[in-house]
Design a protein around this ligand. Structure first.
Ligand code: THU
Length: 129
């Protein structure tokens, strides 16, 4: 289960989001199976479609450092209800996390909703076999 330290880190890192267009910062904290933490924020672009979400930033940072197996993810957004990850991020999570991996979604008042990846993206496409 996500610790309060992970939730506080997600809030802290969201301040580094590059969001001049949406003004909607996201902070993500990813825990690898061997206990290492990676953070990510959303990085927007004047060509809007090039925006990278916070969740994918954290995952891509970790993969590029040699980590491919993650047990937990915390996602913070300045939302009334716990923030809901986009479909693209759910599919990318599916590549590197097990169906029972826990995703903790955090709202601006720090209320949380804990879901498994299977609940976030049921009947997902996992590989070509
Ligand atoms: N965003 C994320 O970073 N994660 C999500 O799961 C949903 C959306 C970002 C993308 C864009 O920078 C802003 O939030 C508004 O869509």
């Amino acid at each position: 289960m996500a610790t309060t330290e992970m939730i506080d880190l997600a809030i802290e890192v969201s301040k580094k989001a590059y969001v001049p267009y949406s003004h909607f910062p996201i902070g993500a904290v990813l825990l690898t199976k061997d206990g290492k933490i990676f953070t990510g924020v959303n990085v927007e672009n004047a060509s809007f479609g090039l925006t990278n979400c916070g969740e994918r930033t954290a995952i891509f940072k970790a993969v590029s450092e040699g980590y491919q197996s993650f047990s937990e993810l915390v996602v913070y957004g300045e939302t009334e209800e716990p923030v809901s990850p986009c479909g693209a991020c759910r599919q990318v999570m599916t590549e590197f996390m097990a169906p029972d991996a826990l995703i903790t979604l955090v709202a601006k008042d720090k209320s949380t909703k804990v879901m498994t990846l299977e609940e976030l993206l049921p009947y997902s496409f996992r590989d070509l076999d």
